[in-house]
Ligand binder design. Structure first.
Ligand SMILES: Cc1cc2nc3c(=O)[nH]c(=O)nc-3n(C[C@H](O)[C@H](O)[C@H](O)COP(=O)(O)OP(=O)(O)OC[C@H]3O[C@@H](n4cnc5c(N)ncnc54)[C@H](O)[C@@H]3O)c2cc1C
Length: 638
C-alpha cells in the first residue's frame, strides 16, 4: 500500500536519528504521563506519522483532481464544502490526529510540535488545501493554549503533572475533537504586508466588554468557528509608521454560537468566498465584523507581538507545506520521465532531465534539513520559556538561566525561519513549473495534475508574509546583528576565510566559501550603508555607528539587495546544516556534496550581483546622493 512516510528515507532519517528527541520528550511530558519512556514515545510518534503517510497517500493524493474541481461555495451566508474535503475531514476526525501536539488532558497526544510539521509535509504531498485546513485545527487549539499561558490564565499543577485550567479550554477541546476549527484574521482590503495600516477596530464599552468592527479578507478557513483577530484599539495610530503596530490588540472572536434549539446564531458576516487560481478545496473568505463580541487576549497594544507568536509557527508550516508540494512534483515528474520515450530512450535518461530531477530531489532534502532546524529551535525555545514560567521561581537564577537559553534558541529560529519560508515557497513555484516542463504538452493539460501543482504553489510565496517581506526581515536581522556584534562577526569572517582556503577537507573548504560569500555580501552592504558615517573604519568599529543610524533611511541599498542576500544566507544556512550532519553521520556526506555543488556557483553569482548592481535603481529612486560613497564594484569573489 502506498505510504508517503515509508517511501521517504530522508524524512525517516530525521524521525529515526536526525532529531534529538530527548529534550522534546522531557518538555512534552511535563503535563501527563502518556508514555512509559522516550523509546515508547518515539515509536508512537513514528507510528502516527506512518499512519498519516498512509492516509495521505491513499485517501488524499489520489483525490487531488476532485479536490481541485469541487469548489467551496457561499450559500445562505455559510460556506458549503465540496464532498471530497468533507469526506477527508470526517476520516481525519476518526483518526483523531487534530490533537497530536495538545496535552492529553485536552484530548491530545502530548507529541512535540515537530511531529505536526512533519505530518504537514505528508498531508501537503497529498494536497495542500487539505493540509492548510487541517493546520487550522490543531494549530489553533495549540495557539489558544499558548496565548492563555502567555497572558497568565492557565494554571498547572506541575508536581502532579496536571493542567488545572486554561482560559479557552472548551474551545480547544471542541477543535481537538474535530467539531470546529479556527482561522487567523490579519489581512484587510487596504492592508496586507503593511500592518501599520490595519483599520479594523476593537472597542471596549463602559462595562469592559469588547467588540470588533471591520472587514478582513483572504482569510483561510474563515468560515471556522473561532477567529484570532488583530484589531486597532488605539485609532490614532492607524497608518503611522512609528506607532501603527503598537496600537494593535489581539482578540478571540466567535463566528457563531448556538441557541437553545441548536440553531446557529451568527456574529460575523461571511461576504464572499474567493474564486482563486489554486488551493480550491480550502475556502478563502472575506468577512465583516460589526460590533461583534470579542475576547481581548493579553494586554491592550500587545497585538503585533502575539500575532508574531502565531506567525512564526505558521511560516515554518508553509515551509513544510511547500516541501510536501515539491515531493508531489517530484513524484509526478519522475513517474512521467521514466515512461515517456524520446529519441531512443525514456526522457529521464536524457542528461538535462536527469539533472533537473536530481536538483529537485537534492533541494527537497535541503529544505527538509532547514525546516527541521527551524522547527526544532522554535519549539525548544517556546518550551524552555514555559518551563521557566511554571517550574522556576520568579526572579530566580534558574529562571534567568532557562530564559537565556530560550532566547538564544529563539534567535537561532528567527534567523532561519524567514529563509525557510522564502526558499521553500519559491522552490515550490519553480518546481511546479518544472514538473509541467518535464511533462511537455500534457503538462499543460489538466490530465496529469502537473498544472494543478503550479497553481497551488503560486500562493506559497505570498501568504504568511511575502517573499519580499521574508527577505527584508532576514536582511535587517542579520545586518543589525552585525552592527551590534561586529567583533564576533569579524572573528566569524576570519574563520570562514581561513577554512575556505586551508581546511584539509575539500567539502569543508567549499561550505566555508559559501559562508564567506554571504558574509562578504553583508560587509559590502554595511560599507555602503555606513559609508558616510564610518568612512573606511574596520568591521570591528561598526557598532559605534549604531546610535546615529536610522534603519528606515539608511538601509536603502540593503533593501534593494535583500532578496539576493536572502538567497546567499539560505545557501549558507543549508550548507552549514548539511555539513554538520555529514560530520556526525558519514552517510549524509553525499547529500551535502550534492547541495554544495550547485550552491557554491550560485552564491558566487549572488555576491557578484550585490557588488556590481543596484546603483542605477537607487539613483532613479533617491538621486545621486544614494550612491555617493558606495564601495567600488568588486568582482573578485574567490
Ligand atoms: C489563498 C490566500 C490565503 C490567505 N490566507 C490568509 C489568512 O488566513 N489570514 C490572513 O490574514 N491573510 C491571508 N492571506 C493574505 C496574505 O497574507 C496577503 O495577501 C499577503 O500578506 C500580502 O498582502 P497584500 O495582498 O495586501 O499585498 P501587498 O502587501 O499589497 O503587496 C503587494 C506586493 O508588494 C510587495 N511589497 C509590499 N511591501 C513591500 C516592501 N516594503 N518592500 C518590498 N516589497 C513590498 C509584496 O511583497 C507583494 O509582492 C491569504 C492570501 C491568499 C491569496
Amino acid at each position: 500500500m502506498a505510504n508517503y512516510y515509508e517511501d521517504n528515507a530522508d524524512l525517516r532519517f530525521y524521525v529515526e536519528k536526525g532529531i534529538d528527541w530527548a529534550p522534546l520528550y522531557e518538555h512534552t511530558q511535563l503535563l501527563g504521563d502518556v508514555y512509559e519512556n522516550l523509546d515508547e514515545a518515539k515509536e508512537t510518534w513514528a507510528d502516527t506519522l506512518n499512519l498519516i503517510g498512509e492516509f495521505s497517500a491513499n485517501e488524499i493524493g489520489p483525490h487531488q483532481r476532485e479536490l481541485d474541481t469541487q469548489h467551496n461555495v457561499l450559500e445562505n451566508g455559510d460556506v458549503v464544502f465540496g464532498d471530497r474535503i468533507n469526506t477527508i475531514f470526517e476520516q481525519l476526525k476518526e483518526l483523531g490526529v487534530h490533537g497530536l501536539c495538545m496535552p492529553e488532558q485536552l484530548g491530545g497526544m502530548n507529541a512535540p510540535l515537530i511531529t505536526y510539521f512533519l505530518s504537514a509535509e505528508l498531508m501537503a504531498r497529498g494536497d495542500v488545501s487539505v493540509m492548510t485546513h487541517h493546520g487550522f485545527h490543531g494549530g489553533m487549539a495549540l495557539a489558544m493554549l499558548m496565548f492563555s499561558v502567555d497572558e497568565g490564565t492557565t494554571e498547572v499543577d506541575i508536581a502532579n503533572k496536571q493542567l488545572v485550567s486554561t482560559r479557552f479550554q472548551q474551545q480547544a477541546e471542541e477543535i481537538v475533537a474535530g467539531e470546529a476549527w479556527g482561522c487567523m484574521d490579519i489581512t484587510e482590503p487596504d492592508a496586507g504586508s503593511d500592518m501599520a495600516a490595519l483599520r479594523t477596530i476593537g472597542e471596549q464599552d463602559a462595562d469592559g466588554n469588547w467588540t470588533v468592527s471591520g472587514t478582513k479578507m483572504f482569510i483561510t478557513s474563515g468560515n471556522g468557528r473561532y477567529h484570532f483577530v488583530i484589531a486597532r484599539t488605539e485609532p490614532e495610530t492607524q497608518g503611522d509608521p512609528e506607532t501603527g503596530l503598537k496600537g494593535l490588540s489581539f482578540f478571540l472572536v466567535e463566528t457563531y454560537s448556538f441557541d437553545d434549539e441548536g440553531n446557529k446564531v451568527w456574529h460575523v458576516t461571511l461576504d464572499k468566498v474567493e474564486d482563486k487560481l489554486g488551493h480550491h478545496a480550502s475556502p478563502t473568505v472575506m468577512l465583516t465584523f460589526d460590533k461583534t463580541p470579542a475576547h481581548l487576549i493579553g494586554e491592550r497594544g500587545d497585538g503585533f507581538r502575539l500575532m508574531l507568536l502565531l506567525m512564526n509557527n505558521a511560516r515554518i508550516g508553509v515551509g513544510f507545506e511547500s516541501l510536501g508540494l515539491i515531493e508531489n512534483a517530484i513524484d509526478l515528474a519522475k513517474k512521467y520521465a521514466a515512461e515517456r520515450p524520446s529519441m531512443g530512450k525514456t526522457i529521464d535518461k536524457h542528461e538535462m532531465i536527469a539533472d533537473y530531477i536530481d536538483e529537485m530531489e537534492v533541494d527537497a532534502k535541503a529544505i527538509r534539513a532547514l525546516g527541521v532546524r527551524a522547527a526544532y529551535y522554535e519549539e525548544l525555545a517556546q518550551r524552555l520559556k514555559l518551563q521557566a514560567k511554571f517550574m522556576a521561581e520568579d526572579g530566580s537564577e534558574e529562571e534567568a538561566k532557562l530564559l537565556k537559553k530560550s532566547n538564544k534558541l529563539k534567535w537561532k529560529a528567527r534567523k532561519v525561519t524567514p529563509l525557510l519560508k522564502y526558499y521553500a515557497s519559491e522552490k515550490a513555484v519553480e518546481y511546479g513549473q518544472r514538473c509541467i516542463q518535464i511533462h511537455g504538452g500534457v503538462g499543460y493539460t489538466t490530465e496529469y495534475g502537473a498544472e494543478k501543482l503550479l497553481r497551488d504553489a503560486m500562493v506559497l510565496p505570498i501568504y504568511e508574509g511575502t517573499s519580499q517581506i521574508q527577505s527584508l526581515m532576514a536582511m535587517k536581522d542579520n545586518l543589525l546583528w552585525i552592527m551590534g556584534n561586529s567583533g564576533t562577526f569579524a572573528k566569524q569572517l576570519a574563520e570562514a576565510g581561513f577554512k575556505s582556503r586551508f581546511d584539509r577537507d575539500a567539502l569543508t573548504r567549499d561550505v566555508n566559501k559559501i559562508k564567506l560569500y554571504a558574509m562578504r555580501a553583508q560587509v559590502h552592504l554595511m560599507r555602503w550603508i555606513l559609508s558616510e558615517k564610518l568612512g573606511d573604519k574596520p568591521v570591528t568599529a561598526w557598532g559605534s555607528a549604531l546610535g546615529e543610524f536610522d534603519p528606515k533611511v539608511d538601509f536603502s541599498p540593503a533593501m534593494l539587495h535583500a532578496e539576493h542576500l536572502a538567497k546567499l544566507l539560505t545557501d549558507a544556512a543549508i550548507a552549514s546544516e548539511l555539513h554538520r550532519q555529514a560530520q556526525k553521520w558519514p552517510e549524509r556526506r553525499d547529500l551535502c556534496t550534492a547541495f554544495v555543488e550547485r550552491a557554491l556557483p550560485r552564491s558566487r553569482y549572488q555576491l557578484d550581483l550585490i557588488r556590481t548592481t543596484g546603483h542605477r535603481i537607487l539613483r532613479q529612486l533617491h538621486g545621486d546622493d544614494a550612491v555617493e560613497g558606495a564601495p567600488a564594484a568588486d568582482r573578485e569573489v574567490a
